[in-house]
Design a protein around this ligand. Sequence first.
Ligand SMILES: *Cc1c(COP(=O)(O)O)cnc(C)c1O
Length: 329
Amino acid sequence: MYATVRKAMGEPDRVPLCLLPTPMHPLPRLSDELGIDLWIKRDDLNGFAFGGNKGRKLEYLMADVLARKAQVVVSCGATQSNHIRQLGAACARFGLRCEAVVMDLPYDAPSGRPLRAPRAEGGNVVLDEILGVKLHKIASGNWERLESETEKLASSLEDAGARVAQIALGGSSALGAYAFWRAAGEVGTDFDFLVTASSSGSTQCGLTYAYRGSKTRVLGIACDPEPQFADDVAELGRGLADLLGTNSMGAREFDVRHGWVGEGYGVGSEAGEAAIQKMARSEGVFLDPIYTGKAAAGLFELARTGEIWGKVLFWHTGGTPALFARETS
Ligand SMILES: *Cc1c(COP(=O)(O)O)cnc(C)c1O
Protein backbone atom coordinates (compact mmCIF):
# COMPACT_ATOMS: atom_id res chain seq x y z
CA MET A 1 0.00 0.00 0.00
CA TYR A 2 1.04 3.60 0.18
CA ALA A 3 3.39 3.38 3.08
CA THR A 4 4.30 6.66 4.67
CA VAL A 5 7.94 7.42 3.93
CA ARG A 6 9.99 9.25 6.47
CA LYS A 7 12.97 10.89 4.82
CA ALA A 8 15.18 11.95 7.66
CA MET A 9 15.01 12.98 11.29
CA GLY A 10 12.72 15.91 11.84
CA GLU A 11 11.26 15.96 8.32
CA PRO A 12 7.50 15.73 8.01
CA ASP A 13 6.03 12.43 6.84
CA ARG A 14 4.83 12.14 3.28
CA VAL A 15 2.80 9.68 1.27
CA PRO A 16 3.77 9.43 -2.41
CA LEU A 17 0.95 10.50 -4.74
CA CYS A 18 2.74 12.23 -7.63
CA LEU A 19 5.28 11.00 -10.16
CA LEU A 20 8.25 13.12 -9.15
CA PRO A 21 10.34 14.86 -10.31
CA THR A 22 7.99 16.47 -12.83
CA PRO A 23 9.43 17.19 -16.29
CA MET A 24 11.05 20.49 -17.15
CA HIS A 25 11.81 21.65 -20.69
CA PRO A 26 12.63 24.76 -22.71
CA LEU A 27 10.02 26.76 -24.66
CA PRO A 28 12.08 27.68 -27.73
CA ARG A 29 9.55 29.60 -29.83
CA LEU A 30 8.41 31.78 -26.93
CA SER A 31 12.05 32.27 -25.91
CA ASP A 32 12.82 33.67 -29.37
CA GLU A 33 9.82 35.92 -29.32
CA LEU A 34 10.39 37.25 -25.80
CA GLY A 35 14.19 37.47 -25.92
CA ILE A 36 14.64 35.35 -22.79
CA ASP A 37 15.64 31.73 -22.16
CA LEU A 38 12.24 30.45 -21.09
CA TRP A 39 11.67 27.04 -19.47
CA ILE A 40 8.58 25.39 -18.05
CA LYS A 41 8.20 23.13 -14.99
CA ARG A 42 5.39 20.68 -15.69
CA ASP A 43 3.54 20.18 -12.42
CA ASP A 44 0.50 19.86 -14.67
CA LEU A 45 2.03 16.48 -15.59
CA ASN A 46 2.63 15.14 -12.08
CA GLY A 47 0.57 12.07 -12.87
CA PHE A 48 -1.89 12.56 -10.04
CA ALA A 49 -5.59 13.01 -10.87
CA PHE A 50 -5.02 15.27 -13.91
CA GLY A 51 -2.07 16.99 -12.27
CA GLY A 52 -1.64 20.35 -10.62
CA ASN A 53 0.19 21.89 -7.69
CA LYS A 54 -2.13 20.55 -4.97
CA GLY A 55 -0.74 17.04 -5.53
CA ARG A 56 2.60 17.93 -3.98
CA LYS A 57 0.97 19.57 -0.98
CA LEU A 58 -1.33 16.60 -0.48
CA GLU A 59 1.60 14.21 -0.11
CA TYR A 60 2.34 15.90 3.22
CA LEU A 61 -1.22 16.88 4.14
CA MET A 62 -2.52 13.33 3.70
CA ALA A 63 0.33 11.86 5.76
CA ASP A 64 -0.91 14.13 8.55
CA VAL A 65 -4.55 13.10 7.99
CA LEU A 66 -3.54 9.43 8.23
CA ALA A 67 -1.52 10.05 11.39
CA ARG A 68 -4.62 11.62 12.94
CA LYS A 69 -6.67 8.54 11.97
CA ALA A 70 -9.38 10.67 10.37
CA GLN A 71 -12.29 9.04 8.59
CA VAL A 72 -13.67 12.10 6.84
CA VAL A 73 -11.68 14.91 5.23
CA VAL A 74 -13.35 18.30 4.97
CA SER A 75 -12.19 21.27 2.93
CA CYS A 76 -13.55 24.10 0.80
CA GLY A 77 -13.00 26.03 -2.39
CA ALA A 78 -14.56 27.39 -5.53
CA THR A 79 -17.05 25.12 -7.30
CA GLN A 80 -14.41 24.50 -10.00
CA SER A 81 -11.65 23.95 -7.41
CA ASN A 82 -8.59 22.03 -8.57
CA HIS A 83 -7.73 21.52 -4.91
CA ILE A 84 -10.98 19.68 -4.13
CA ARG A 85 -10.55 17.42 -7.19
CA GLN A 86 -7.04 16.40 -6.14
CA LEU A 87 -8.04 16.09 -2.48
CA GLY A 88 -10.92 13.84 -3.53
CA ALA A 89 -8.50 11.60 -5.42
CA ALA A 90 -6.10 11.50 -2.47
CA CYS A 91 -8.95 10.53 -0.13
CA ALA A 92 -10.00 7.80 -2.56
CA ARG A 93 -6.54 6.27 -2.38
CA PHE A 94 -6.81 5.89 1.37
CA GLY A 95 -10.47 4.94 1.52
CA LEU A 96 -11.47 8.17 3.25
CA ARG A 97 -14.65 10.17 2.71
CA CYS A 98 -14.23 13.65 1.26
CA GLU A 99 -16.71 16.49 1.76
CA ALA A 100 -16.25 20.08 0.64
CA VAL A 101 -18.13 23.35 0.94
CA VAL A 102 -18.00 25.20 -2.37
CA MET A 103 -19.29 28.42 -3.91
CA ASP A 104 -19.18 29.64 -7.49
CA LEU A 105 -17.35 32.92 -6.75
CA PRO A 106 -15.85 34.40 -3.58
CA TYR A 107 -17.70 37.66 -4.20
CA ASP A 108 -21.07 38.94 -5.35
CA ALA A 109 -20.41 40.42 -8.75
CA PRO A 110 -22.05 43.88 -8.59
CA SER A 111 -22.93 43.89 -12.27
CA GLY A 112 -24.27 40.36 -12.42
CA ARG A 113 -22.46 37.30 -13.61
CA PRO A 114 -18.95 38.15 -14.87
CA LEU A 115 -18.31 37.55 -18.56
CA ARG A 116 -15.69 34.83 -18.15
CA ALA A 117 -17.09 33.02 -15.11
CA PRO A 118 -16.70 29.25 -15.47
CA ARG A 119 -19.78 27.07 -15.60
CA ALA A 120 -20.81 25.40 -12.36
CA GLU A 121 -20.80 22.04 -14.09
CA GLY A 122 -18.26 20.30 -16.33
CA GLY A 123 -14.52 20.38 -15.65
CA ASN A 124 -13.54 19.60 -12.08
CA VAL A 125 -17.16 19.12 -10.98
CA VAL A 126 -17.47 16.09 -13.25
CA LEU A 127 -14.28 14.65 -11.78
CA ASP A 128 -15.47 15.34 -8.21
CA GLU A 129 -18.63 13.41 -8.93
CA ILE A 130 -16.74 10.43 -10.37
CA LEU A 131 -14.51 10.44 -7.28
CA GLY A 132 -17.51 10.49 -4.97
CA VAL A 133 -16.67 13.83 -3.35
CA LYS A 134 -19.68 15.27 -1.54
CA LEU A 135 -20.01 18.95 -2.47
CA HIS A 136 -22.07 21.25 -0.24
CA LYS A 137 -22.82 24.28 -2.34
CA ILE A 138 -23.47 27.68 -0.78
CA ALA A 139 -24.29 31.00 -2.46
CA SER A 140 -21.41 33.15 -3.71
CA GLY A 141 -20.10 35.43 -0.98
CA ASN A 142 -16.59 35.68 0.42
CA TRP A 143 -13.78 33.47 1.72
CA GLU A 144 -14.69 34.16 5.37
CA ARG A 145 -18.20 32.84 4.92
CA LEU A 146 -16.88 29.83 3.03
CA GLU A 147 -14.56 29.04 5.91
CA SER A 148 -17.21 29.50 8.58
CA GLU A 149 -19.58 27.18 6.68
CA THR A 150 -16.74 24.65 6.47
CA GLU A 151 -16.26 24.82 10.25
CA LYS A 152 -19.97 24.16 10.65
CA LEU A 153 -19.84 21.16 8.35
CA ALA A 154 -16.85 19.73 10.23
CA SER A 155 -18.58 20.13 13.61
CA SER A 156 -21.80 18.56 12.40
CA LEU A 157 -19.87 15.54 11.10
CA GLU A 158 -18.02 15.33 14.41
CA ASP A 159 -21.30 15.55 16.32
CA ALA A 160 -22.48 12.59 14.23
CA GLY A 161 -19.48 10.63 15.53
CA ALA A 162 -16.97 10.86 12.66
CA ARG A 163 -13.27 11.58 13.13
CA VAL A 164 -12.79 14.62 10.90
CA ALA A 165 -9.64 16.25 9.48
CA GLN A 166 -9.94 19.72 8.00
CA ILE A 167 -7.68 20.80 5.17
CA ALA A 168 -7.03 24.51 4.63
CA LEU A 169 -8.25 26.38 1.55
CA GLY A 170 -5.93 25.48 -1.33
CA GLY A 171 -3.95 23.15 0.95
CA SER A 172 -2.11 26.20 2.20
CA SER A 173 -0.62 25.38 5.57
CA ALA A 174 2.96 25.03 6.75
CA LEU A 175 3.00 21.49 5.32
CA GLY A 176 1.69 22.71 1.95
CA ALA A 177 4.46 25.30 1.81
CA TYR A 178 6.98 22.66 2.86
CA ALA A 179 6.06 20.60 -0.23
CA PHE A 180 7.13 23.49 -2.47
CA TRP A 181 10.23 24.19 -0.42
CA ARG A 182 11.19 20.60 -1.30
CA ALA A 183 10.05 20.92 -4.93
CA ALA A 184 12.73 23.53 -5.56
CA GLY A 185 15.25 20.74 -5.13
CA GLU A 186 14.08 19.38 -8.51
CA VAL A 187 15.05 22.60 -10.26
CA GLY A 188 18.43 23.77 -8.99
CA THR A 189 19.71 27.31 -8.84
CA ASP A 190 20.68 28.42 -12.32
CA PHE A 191 17.50 30.40 -13.11
CA ASP A 192 17.40 34.18 -12.85
CA PHE A 193 13.63 34.24 -12.31
CA LEU A 194 10.93 31.79 -11.39
CA VAL A 195 7.33 32.81 -12.11
CA THR A 196 4.29 31.10 -10.61
CA ALA A 197 0.59 31.75 -10.22
CA SER A 198 -0.25 32.54 -6.61
CA SER A 199 -3.53 32.42 -4.75
CA SER A 200 -3.70 30.71 -1.37
CA GLY A 201 0.05 31.30 -1.24
CA SER A 202 1.86 28.12 -0.21
CA THR A 203 3.38 27.49 -3.64
CA GLN A 204 5.01 30.91 -3.75
CA CYS A 205 5.85 30.72 -0.06
CA GLY A 206 7.74 27.42 -0.24
CA LEU A 207 9.60 28.37 -3.41
CA THR A 208 10.59 31.77 -2.03
CA TYR A 209 12.01 30.18 1.11
CA ALA A 210 13.89 27.67 -1.00
CA TYR A 211 15.58 30.39 -3.07
CA ARG A 212 16.31 32.76 -0.22
CA GLY A 213 19.86 34.03 -0.57
CA SER A 214 20.30 32.64 -4.10
CA LYS A 215 20.32 34.54 -7.39
CA THR A 216 16.90 33.13 -8.39
CA ARG A 217 14.08 35.59 -7.77
CA VAL A 218 10.62 34.11 -7.26
CA LEU A 219 7.68 36.15 -8.59
CA GLY A 220 4.10 35.29 -7.72
CA ILE A 221 1.43 36.53 -10.08
CA ALA A 222 -1.60 37.11 -7.87
CA CYS A 223 -4.83 35.45 -9.02
CA ASP A 224 -6.78 36.94 -6.12
CA PRO A 225 -7.20 40.72 -5.63
CA GLU A 226 -6.54 40.58 -1.86
CA PRO A 227 -4.42 43.69 -1.13
CA GLN A 228 -2.81 42.09 1.95
CA PHE A 229 -1.61 39.14 -0.14
CA ALA A 230 2.07 39.36 0.84
CA ASP A 231 1.13 39.48 4.55
CA ASP A 232 -0.82 36.23 4.17
CA VAL A 233 2.10 34.57 2.40
CA ALA A 234 4.46 35.79 5.14
CA GLU A 235 2.11 34.38 7.78
CA LEU A 236 2.21 30.97 6.09
CA GLY A 237 5.97 31.35 5.97
CA ARG A 238 6.18 31.65 9.76
CA GLY A 239 4.74 28.13 10.01
CA LEU A 240 7.19 26.90 7.40
CA ALA A 241 10.12 28.56 9.19
CA ASP A 242 9.13 26.71 12.37
CA LEU A 243 9.10 23.41 10.48
CA LEU A 244 12.49 24.15 8.95
CA GLY A 245 13.97 25.56 12.13
CA THR A 246 15.01 28.74 10.35
CA ASN A 247 14.30 32.48 10.60
CA SER A 248 11.07 33.66 9.05
CA MET A 249 10.88 36.06 6.12
CA GLY A 250 9.03 39.40 6.15
CA ALA A 251 6.10 40.29 3.88
CA ARG A 252 8.31 42.52 1.74
CA GLU A 253 10.52 39.58 0.81
CA PHE A 254 7.64 38.00 -1.12
CA ASP A 255 7.38 39.45 -4.61
CA VAL A 256 3.66 39.45 -5.39
CA ARG A 257 2.53 41.11 -8.63
CA HIS A 258 -1.05 42.34 -8.65
CA GLY A 259 -1.41 43.48 -12.26
CA TRP A 260 -3.02 40.39 -13.79
CA VAL A 261 -5.95 39.40 -11.56
CA GLY A 262 -8.46 40.81 -14.04
CA GLU A 263 -12.03 41.13 -12.81
CA GLY A 264 -11.48 38.93 -9.78
CA TYR A 265 -10.63 35.51 -8.42
CA GLY A 266 -12.07 32.57 -10.28
CA VAL A 267 -12.94 34.23 -13.56
CA GLY A 268 -10.89 34.46 -16.72
CA SER A 269 -9.35 37.68 -18.01
CA GLU A 270 -8.71 39.05 -21.46
CA ALA A 271 -4.91 39.01 -20.97
CA GLY A 272 -5.14 35.49 -19.58
CA GLU A 273 -7.14 34.26 -22.57
CA ALA A 274 -4.57 35.78 -24.92
CA ALA A 275 -1.76 34.09 -22.97
CA ILE A 276 -3.55 30.71 -23.10
CA GLN A 277 -3.77 31.01 -26.88
CA LYS A 278 -0.19 32.19 -27.22
CA MET A 279 1.17 29.28 -25.17
CA ALA A 280 -0.97 26.76 -27.07
CA ARG A 281 -0.23 28.16 -30.51
CA SER A 282 3.51 28.67 -29.91
CA GLU A 283 4.35 25.57 -27.89
CA GLY A 284 1.34 23.23 -27.88
CA VAL A 285 1.05 23.53 -24.09
CA PHE A 286 -2.32 24.15 -22.41
CA LEU A 287 -2.77 26.62 -19.55
CA ASP A 288 -5.89 27.32 -17.50
CA PRO A 289 -8.04 30.47 -17.29
CA ILE A 290 -8.04 30.98 -13.49
CA TYR A 291 -4.33 30.73 -12.62
CA THR A 292 -1.69 29.80 -15.15
CA GLY A 293 -3.12 31.85 -18.04
CA LYS A 294 -2.95 34.96 -15.84
CA ALA A 295 0.53 34.07 -14.60
CA ALA A 296 1.76 33.59 -18.17
CA ALA A 297 0.20 36.92 -19.16
CA GLY A 298 2.25 38.51 -16.38
CA LEU A 299 5.41 36.71 -17.42
CA PHE A 300 5.03 37.76 -21.07
CA GLU A 301 4.53 41.40 -20.16
CA LEU A 302 7.37 41.46 -17.62
CA ALA A 303 9.69 40.00 -20.28
CA ARG A 304 8.59 42.62 -22.80
CA THR A 305 9.17 45.47 -20.36
CA GLY A 306 12.57 44.08 -19.36
CA GLU A 307 11.61 43.49 -15.71
CA ILE A 308 12.61 39.85 -16.05
CA TRP A 309 15.46 38.61 -18.20
CA GLY A 310 17.98 35.81 -18.67
CA LYS A 311 16.97 32.27 -17.77
CA VAL A 312 13.34 32.17 -16.62
CA LEU A 313 11.29 29.25 -15.31
CA PHE A 314 7.51 29.27 -15.60
CA TRP A 315 6.08 26.92 -12.99
CA HIS A 316 3.00 25.30 -14.59
CA THR A 317 0.75 24.71 -11.59
CA GLY A 318 -1.91 22.81 -13.56
CA GLY A 319 -5.63 23.62 -13.57
CA THR A 320 -6.33 22.46 -17.11
CA PRO A 321 -9.63 20.67 -16.28
CA ALA A 322 -11.15 24.17 -15.95
CA LEU A 323 -10.78 24.50 -19.72
CA PHE A 324 -13.73 22.13 -19.94
CA ALA A 325 -15.97 24.32 -17.80
CA ARG A 326 -15.73 27.40 -19.95
CA GLU A 327 -18.82 29.37 -20.71
CA THR A 328 -19.73 28.72 -24.31
CA SER A 329 -20.79 31.82 -26.17
C1 LIG B 1 -4.32 26.41 -6.39
C2 LIG B 1 -3.69 26.73 -7.68
C3 LIG B 1 -2.72 27.74 -7.80
C4 LIG B 1 -2.32 28.62 -6.65
O1 LIG B 1 -1.44 27.98 -5.78
P1 LIG B 1 -1.39 28.44 -4.26
O2 LIG B 1 -0.40 27.58 -3.62
O3 LIG B 1 -2.79 28.25 -3.75
O4 LIG B 1 -1.04 29.89 -4.24
C5 LIG B 1 -2.13 27.95 -9.01
N1 LIG B 1 -2.49 27.23 -10.09
C6 LIG B 1 -3.42 26.27 -10.03
C7 LIG B 1 -3.77 25.55 -11.27
C8 LIG B 1 -4.06 25.98 -8.83
O5 LIG B 1 -4.99 25.03 -8.78
